[in-house]
Design a protein around this ligand. Structure first.
Ligand code: C2E
Ligand code: CA
Ligand code: CA
Length: 691
């Protein structure tokens, strides 16, 4: 029996119970004699904690365990006796030699006239260690040089619950201003940065991610935020928080941009340099090969730059190069690249022109015409005005397996040929293209002469109804060049269109057609004659007046004249087209949509237009009897036309099969070789009158 039992009031007989309570208490409890510091008794928890048996402890003094030393402990006993304090924080060296932190409550109790201290102790070592590491972590966060933000993953919209001073410093927002908000306010108006989606998906998956975002400080300045976000999980594995660490890397981004600028751009003009040009060209070549579209490389060398540079000095020379750079930039499309290789050499990349090499070549020619015009515009340098010209070399790609630098060499070669040909000329690397360009130039030249001499002929091709009676005709232009060869309208109409020659040509045709109308009407065999109107002609501001003049001068009945226009003409400016067509309609003339089905074929606009007729393009008629798609398209056009009360002419009717197919589906009018080829206008008129 221990001292507790012995010291108890024997009459109660409860000593065993008290002994048990004392021994089995989970708290560390022991009795000290404050007179000499001896350990009078200790419970099981105390023995376990210290690592000594009760017998051993009874031979020890408390200063054998408590590291405060005898003197300090005696002071504590005095304080307790005086009732000043009962609570102390001490350190105990336990049997293993380890030092533990304990908090002790000292209760003096009187037992048989003697005062003993009953002590209840708590081992707070673990708690202190935890507190210490927490304090350390907080210190670390507070003094970390990177911005840190913690948000609560378990509340709606993940409010910020902590930001460190570096965050406040970096963003200009104080902790008080940001707590409780979602951190997206840092994005300002830039909510659709692709990196944000990346963060969102990482948060959803509960994984960490690192992105660089464009963020804004409180004062509105942009900074590049290199952000690392990591989830924090509790013991159950649930994400409770997200920690964001952020760094302002704006300086680094700016430095990189500057390096890029130096590495890939010409410092004088800010245009891409050779390296960037070759890089972009390389990409374009693979895209062109994959998508089957053509692009062009255009090499430009200013003709008289050296003279100006030598005569006027380098500063003026630099101004000139900058001016030319800007003009080239403005003359091209957004997707084109203008680069400067050095000196007075510029090279252009015109990607994705068309899937047809002819159309691409044509587009290049149009672009080059614009470029030449831009370069030739007089430029004032210093006090003098100069006119610049350039030698231009062109090559198209892809041809075969040429690399970017091969193509650059080809364009360079072509440029040298252009230089040799004299100032301000253009040469193509491809012989066929060169030939096509020359041919086109020849056509243009001859066409001008032909227009002056009115060297054209009008052919007429009949249009018949279901009873195969001729009820109309289409006027088609024919041109024999100097050598007497017949040139297809397909070859010269586009040139006439580009050069504007189509306007006098078209008017000449209109007059011939009106003369034929007049003659046939006068002879008692009136038919309608259709004239093709080109886009450029139709858009001319005085087109209505020109038509009115021709009708008046020839005395033709406007009701017998049909103007054929294409969908593109109408679509370019629907409202303008409609009002122009209405004015013309007042003269009695009819409108027909040519090549119907090949263009926009938006049936919705048909209602809005003052139309009389649709001409189904011959490409659909050709295969309609055998091709299901074409057949149903023809059927659809016939149905829509009849719904809108429109006449329909099927073009390119060549065979009895075509005729049967169309007649079975109620097509009212036919035109094509089956019923007659285009023949000279006079012959056509005579045939009709003598039939
Ligand atoms: P388009 O307006 O579609 O003219 C019909 C074309 O089809 C004519 O070609 C005609 O000769 C041809 N053709 C007629 N019947 C048949 C047939 O059964 N089978 C085939 N395969 N073709 C047939 P052309 O005369 O060579 O004219 C070509 C294009 O040139 C015309 O196409 C029109 O867009 C344009 N064009 C012709 N004359 C003029 C004109 O005076 N002014 C304007 N602006 N363009 C014209
Ligand atoms: Ca036509
Ligand atoms: Ca046509």
């Amino acid at each position: 029996m221990g001292i507790i039992g012995e010291l108890q009031d024997r009459k109660t007989g409860d000593s065993d119970i008290l002994r048990q309570i004392f021994n089995q208490s989970p708290a560390i409890e022991y009795l000290l004699d404050p007179e000499n510091g001896s350990i009078v008794d200790a419970n099981d928890a105390a023995c376990t904690f210290w690592g000594w048996s009760r017998q051993e402890l009874r031979t020890m003094r408390i200063w054998d365990i408590n590291t405060s030393g005898q003197k300090k402990l005696e002071d504590q006993f005095t304080e307790t006796r005086a009732g000043i304090t009962h609570f102390f924080k001490n350190k105990h060296r336990i049997a293993s030699g380890e030092i533990r932190d304990v908090e002790v409550y000292v209760n003096p109790i009187a037992i048989q006239g003697k005062t003993l201290n009953l002590i209840i102790a708590h081992d707070v070592t673990d708690r202190r260690l935890a507190e210490e590491s927490l304090r350390l972590a907080q210190r670390a966060l507070a003094s970390a040089p990177i911005g840190i933000l913690i948000s609560d993953a378990q509340q709606p919209d993940m409010p910020i619950t902590y930001v460190n001073p570096a965050f406040e410093h970096l963003t200009g927002y104080s902790q008080a201003e940001v707590l409780g908000r979602n951190c997206r306010f840092l994005q300002g108006a830039e909510r659709d940065q692709p990196e944000i989606a990346q963060i969102r998906s990482a948060l959803k998956e509960g994984s960490s991610c690192e992105v660089t975002l464009r963020n804004f400080k409180k004062d509105g300045t942009l900074f590049w935020n290199q952000l690392h976000i990591a989830p924090v999980r509790n013991d159950a594995g649930t994400i409770t928080h997200f920690i964001g660490a952020q760094k302002d890397i704006s300086m680094q981004v700016a430095a990189n941009a500057r390096i890029d600028q130096l590495a890939f751009y010409d410092p004088l003009t800010d245009l891409p340099n050779r390296r960037l040009f070759l890089d972009r060209l390389g990409n374009c070549i693979s895209v062109a090969q994959r998508n089957n579209v053509f692009g062009a490389v255009v090499f430009i060398d200013l003709d008289n730059f050296k003279n100006i540079n030598d005569a006027e000095g380098h500063e003026i020379g630099d101004d000139l190069l900058r001016e030319m750079a800007q003009r080239l930039r403005q003359a091209l499309r957004q997707e084109d690249t203008v680069s400067r290789l050095g000196g007075d050499e510029f090279v252009l990349l015109l990607p994705a022109l068309s899937d047809s090499s002819e159309i691409s070549a044509h587009m290049v020619q149009i672009a080059i015409a614009r470029i030449q015009k831009a370069i030739c515009e007089p430029v004032v340098l210093g006090k003098l005005q100069h006119q610049i010209a350039a030698s231009i070399g062109v090559t198209l790609f892809p041809k075969g397996v040429e690399s970017a630098s091969d193509l650059l060499k080809q364009a360079d070669t072509a440029m040298y040929r252009a230089k040799a040909a004299g100032r301000n000329s253009v040469c193509y690397f491809e012989p066929t293209m060169q030939a096509a360009v020359s041919a086109r130039l020849n056509i243009e030249h001859d066409l001008r002469e032909a227009v002056e001499r009115q060297d054209f002929r009008m052919f007429l091709q009949g249009q018949v109804n279901a009873a195969e009676t001729v009820i109309g005709a289409e006027a088609l232009i024919r041109w024999h060049n100097k050598d007497g060869g017949l040139i297809s309208p397909m070859a010269f109409i586009p040139v006439a269109e580009d050069t504007g020659l189509i306007v006098p040509m078209g008017e000449w045709m209109l007059r011939q057609a009106c003369l034929a109308i007049k003659k046939l009407e006068a002879a008692g065999r009136p038919i309608r004659i259709a004239v093709n109107v080109s886009p450029r002609q139709f858009r001319g501001a005085d087109f209505r007046d020109r038509v009115a003049n021709v009708l008046r001068e020839t005395g033709a009945n406007g009701n017998l004249l049909t103007l054929e226009i294409t969908e593109a003409v109408v679509f370019d400016n629907l409202n303008e087209a409609i009002s122009k067509m209405r004015e013309l309609k007042e003269l009695g003339v009819h409108f027909s949509i040519d090549d119907f089905g090949t263009g926009y074929s938006s049936l919705a606009y048909l209602k809005k237009l003052p139309l009389t007729e649709l001409k189904i393009d011959k490409s659909f008629i050709q295969d309609a009897p055998t091709d299901m798609n074409d057949a149903s398209l023809v059927e659809a056009i016939l149905a829509v036309a009849s719904h809108h009360g429109l006449q329909v002419v099927a073009e390119g009717v060549e065979t009895p099969q075509h005729v049967d197919f169309l007649k079975e589906r109620g097509c009212p009018l036919f035109q094509g070789y089956y019923f007659g080829r285009p023949i000279p206008g006079e012959e056509f008129v005579n045939n009709l009158l003598t039939a």
